[in-house]
Design a protein around this ligand. Structure first.
Ligand code: PLP
Length: 392
């Protein structure tokens, strides 16, 4: 079926159980789908934009209130919507990073943080991961000392992933932020994998900036996200234009430089707003999400030769698995080679794992019902048994 011209209808979520690592938390709510249609037109949120003409002042639809609620939701003072978490990193990097500055990231940082630093001419410096792929406050302190000793400069920022994209591990943010603050280094919490799926309180964690991804974890259309800051930082990151043009002497009111005036102007923003009531509720059910993940992870562990590479017991739904001593052994002899595994999952209506992966792969059970999680767990076991792997 086509939705227009030669564009296929996408029915992945309708037809299968999708455990794609990056898609689980961004799946739209029914409310967001309706908002997409109602606010699909270009500058559709601008119908009722009045002076001072800025997105976060619009009352109809209630975008102003949404901004206040967003800030509160992540335990910070001031929030703005941004086109993706990456644009949140960029706004903060643009504000604080000067050419040649060393900027702290970690060995598990997302590439978009590195690019935000690179765009400013900054030099990304990684805090190495400790055994178990956790970033520790001791490693952070050692790296800060090393960077200051080597460059003679104090890094203007530390980017820290709350839960990293690679292992889905939860890092000790509070302790690392405390360490960084001991050197007057502000901390940006990358909540791309946490804001909107588990409770996040930026002030409680002691961070200066919180960034979230709408399409990764807030059931919102892409590209969307949030950048929230403390009052002390708002005047810096959300500074307003001071420009006056030379020929026409024009000025531009209270447009914020890093936001390029306004950011999300239609379906992205209203979709995010439409999902928000459900998102706010769902973070409170995080324990049952973890219980579903535990069920699937424990099933995988029963398959001889399978190793969970992520922190265990799981504290997040994104999980990295090594099946090179189990499913990959089967692949060596199977007529479908490495594709036997994802093909067997597909036969059972489960999708989202990289086709052909049998060694190291990731999955994310976020948002599955208990029955779906049980079904996924049973499917892994059944595929193992059918292919002669030992199951304990
Ligand atoms: C997905 C992801 C991002 C990028 O988020 P966007 O909203 O697509 O810009 C950043 N950091 C981490 C850890 C991610 O997993």
């Amino acid at each position: 079926m086509k939705c227009a011209g030669d564009i296929e209808v996408r029915a992945v979520e309708e037809e299968s159980i999708n455990i794609d690592p990056i898609q689980a938390g961004g799946r739209l709510t029914a409310a967001a789908m309706k908002a997409l249609i109602a606010y699909g037109d270009g500058y559709s949120v601008c119908d009722n934009c009045r002076k001072p003409n800025r997105l976060d002042y619009i009352k109809k639809p209630p975008i102003d209130r949404f901004h206040r609620e967003l800030a509160e939701f992540v335990g910070m003072d001031v929030a703005r919507v941004v086109p993706g978490a990456r644009r949140g990193f960029q706004a903060v990097a643009d504000t604080y990073v000067e050419k040649g500055d060393p900027v702290l990231v970690t060995a598990l940082s997302h590439y978009t943080e590195i690019l935000a630093i690179e765009a400013r001419g900054g030099i990304p410096m990684e805090i190495p991961a400790s055994p178990g792929n956790i970033i520790t406050p001791d490693a952070a302190a050692a790296k800060i000392e090393e960077v200051i000793a080597k460059t003679g400069r104090t890094p203007p920022l530390l980017f820290l992933d709350h839960v990293d994209y690679s292992y889905g591990n939860l890092h000790p943010v509070r302790e690392i932020a405390k360490t960084a603050h001991g050197y007057d280094i502000p901390v940006l919490l990358n909540g791309a994998y946490t804001v909107g799926i588990m409770p996040v309180d930026g002030k409680d964690l002691g961070v200066d900036f919180v960034v979230g991804s709408g399409h990764k974890s807030m059931a919102a259309p892409a590209p969307s996200g949030v950048l929230a800051v403390r009052n002390e930082r708002a005047g810096e990151v959300f500074r307003t234009t001071a420009a006056r043009t030379d020929v026409t002497s024009r000025t531009f009111g209270i447009k914020e430089v890093e936001m390029m005036g306004c950011t999300l102007m239609g379906a992205t923003l209203v979709g995010m707003m439409a999902s928000f009531p459900e998102v706010r509720e769902r973070v409170l059910r995080w324990d049952s999400e973890l219980a579903n993940t535990a069920l699937v992870v424990d099933a995988l562990k029963r398959i001889g030769g399978t190793a969970i590479l992520s922190q265990y017991p799981r504290r997040h739904t994104l999980t990295r698995v090594d099946t090179s001593q189990s499913f990959d052994r089967v692949a060596e002899k199977h007529k479908k080679k490495g594709f036997f595994f994802t093909s067997a999952l597909k036969d059972r209506g489960i999708t989202g794992i990289i086709p052909g992966a049998t060694r190291v792969w990731k999955f994310n059970c976020y948002g599955l019902s208990r029955a779906q999680a049980e079904y996924v767990a049973e499917s892994f076991i059944a595929i193992a048994r059918e292919n002669g792997l030992p199951v304990s």
